[in-house]
Design a protein around this ligand. Structure first.
Ligand code: ARG
Length: 588
């Protein structure tokens, strides 16, 4: 099993400290901020000196003398009051790099050991096209799905469709208003209704906002929508059959968007799937006194004395008995725990829903639904326009996801023709590359940085081949593959990556930090950590490639060593992009 470089150094430092009767907790090394001075640095002599009655400098000198005997270091020096500067031996880097290259898991620890992690992401609503608000959930969710899988979790990705609740009653009652003669609204002894929906996708997507507006404007329409919702949830056969056609119609369109984004789900369950357990769950919660009547509704009190902000009770059901958003989330949790045996459930949902999840999680724990399951809300900030406010179309409406992606793909195509990328590709191949670059550009921008902050949607900048962008990374991958391809054509042999120049050491050190970057990204549930790592690695590669000729290197040894460095970088970068959910074109 591959051992990370910092862990190897710490083990050596620990031996040296123990041999000198120094506290082993201080035997820690960190990457040196100034690579021209050292690769790693140990600052432990300062605090170790306190307990030993010696000066930090004496302690550092003594430890350095021990360390200098070790073959793992090329140079050991003491600087300032007692910093121990360590330069790793080329042999250690070569050995570790070879181990990483041949390790089937690429050094990634098996954290999950086959335990189940359910990831709830996407969450599109029936009758509404996917819009800008869904972008982050899909992109972050997909990356977390891949990251956790790489870390040994058995991931179950569930889209949790918004397919129940009042919006459905708004739709069916609007359809009834428009055309009372539709078969679904009439008794039908045979229990057979048409499979085809009564509207086209376009009509459906126009109908929903109109229906919602009408309900807001007219209490009588709202009352009819509520009545339909309640009837549907009670199992009215005609309404259910109609509902099924509408759900299917919009799901087909949504699946096209999922595919365009390269997002995969194991389950396309929805809020409606909680219906069969909700009545019993509510009865049980009432019987156990966990849910209480309040103002004609049924609530679960979840406030805690130490709360700094008020956490209002979770609303379990209203007077008409219709299921609410929190009710479906609470009920959905039950089969995830009991049937799927989830050790953890992650909800990749807008940060603005933080309070909702706090209520649901507390209620679930209070009810004893998930004693051993970890519940985590993976919140994220908004996608903003260039004005810094949540993104709107030029007409001021909600931007469709498909339109946003098309815009990025168009920009990527423009940028390709300006820069001459893909000039020798056939038109359809060029279009495919523009697609991969445009989507990669959006995904990289979306994943970068702290997910809890918002960011500005600026496809012009996202598709640039320079700087922190998806295409920059994609191009780095393509370039490395092209070097390796040429090397194969020339029958160059691949050796051990043996670093000589500074840029070679930096490149290998960057590659070797991959397992730690993956661990950190998955621990914090922050794909941004991996995105930043990938960018830094690509930059190291650029510096290496600018100063260290590979195929044009003079000696065979140098060529084979540098080729191995390219191979390792290529593998690490490809994995990093894969786990970010970013595809790489073969050529560009
Ligand atoms: N459909 C919801 C919405 O559009 C998102 C669902 C998030 N997931 C969940 N389990 N609540 O706001």
């Amino acid at each position: 099993m591959f051992q990370a470089i910092p862990a190897r150094i710490d083990a050596i430092l620990r031996d040296a400290f123990l041999a000198l009767d120094l506290p082993a907790e201080q035997a820690r090394a960190v990457r040196c901020a100034r690579p021209e001075l050292a690769d790693f640095q140990c600052n432990g002599a300062m605090s170790a000196a306190k307990s030993s009655g010696r000066t930090p400098r004496e302690v550092a000198d003594a430890a350095a003398a021990q360390l200098a005997r070790r073959p793992e270091f090329a140079e050991v020096a003491v600087a300032g009051p007692g910093f121990i500067n360590l330069r790793l031996a080329a042999a250690l880097l070569a050995k570790a790099a070879t181990e990483l290259l041949t390790d089937a898991r690429m050094g990634i620890a098996d954290e999950g050991c086959g335990r189940v992690a359910v990831i709830d992401f996407g969450g599109p609503n029936v009758a509404k096209p996917l819009h800008v608000g869904h972008l982050r959930s899909l992109v972050l969710g997909e990356s977390l799905r891949r990251l956790l899988q790489a870390r040994g979790w058995r991931v179950i990705a569930d889209a949790h469709l918004g397919d129940w609740g009042l919006q459905m009653g708004m739709l069916t009652s609007a359809l009834r208003e428009r055309d009372p003669g539709l078969p679904w609204f009439h008794p039908n002894d045979a229990g057979k209704w048409p499979d085809a929906p009564p509207v086209s996708l376009d009509e459906l997507e126009r109908l929903y906002p109109q229906a919602a507006q009408a309900c807001r404007d007219d209490p009588a329409r709202m009352a009819r929508a509520r009545a339909d919702t309640a009837a549907l949830q009670r199992g009215d056969a005609g309404l259910l059959a109609l509902w099924r056609t509408l759900r299917e119609l919009s799901l087909q369109a949504q699946q096209r968007d999922f595919a365009a984004l390269g997002v995969q789900f194991d389950l396309l369950l929805g809020e409606s799937d909680a219906q069969s357990i909700m009545p019993a769950m509510i009865d049980d919660l009432r019987a156990r006194g966990i849910a209480q009547a309040s103002d004609g509704a049924l609530v679960i009190t979840v406030a805690q004395p130490e709360d700094r902000h008020p956490v209002p009770p979770l609303l379990l059901s209203k007077q008409d008995g219709a299921a609410l958003y929190a009710t479906t989330d609470l009920a959905t949790l039950i089969p995830r725990v009991t049937q799927m045996r989830a050790a953890r459930i992650l909800y990749v949902v807008d940060q603005r829903q933080a309070l909702h999840f706090e209520q649901v999680f507390r209620a679930a724990k209070k009810a004893g639904f998930c004693p051993d399951t970890q519940l985590q809300h993976v919140g994220f900030g908004t996608v903003n326009g260039l004005d810094g406010k949540p993104y709107k179309t030029r007409q001021g409406g909600v931007a469709r996801l498909a339109d946003l992606l098309d815009e990025a793909i168009d920009k990527a195509a423009e940028r390709m023709s300006e820069s001459g990328h893909g000039a020798d590709l056939a038109p359809e191949e060029k279009a495919r590359v523009a697609h991969v670059l445009g989507i990669g550009a959006v995904k990289f921008a979306d994943l970068s940085g702290d997910r809890e902050s918002g960011y500005q949607f600026d496809p012009e900048r996202f598709v640039s081949f320079e700087g922190r962008t998806g295409p920059y990374l994609q191009y780095a991958c393509v370039r490395i593959q092209s070097i390796l391809r040429k090397a194969r054509q020339r029958d160059e042999s691949m050796g051990t990556p043996w670093p000589q120049a500074a840029a070679e050491r930096e490149l290998l050190l960057a590659c070797l930090a991959f397992p730690d970057a993956v661990a950190e990204a998955s621990r914090q549930l922050q794909p941004g950590v991996l995105a930043e790592y990938a960018f830094q690695l690509a930059q190291c590669f650029s510096r290496f490639y600018a100063t260290c000729p590979v195929l044009a290197a003079k000696t065979k040894e140098q060529r084979s060593s540098r080729l191995a460095a390219c191979e390792l970088t290529g593998q690490v970068l490809a994995r990093a992009l894969q786990w970010l959910g970013i595809d790489v074109p073969e050529r560009m």
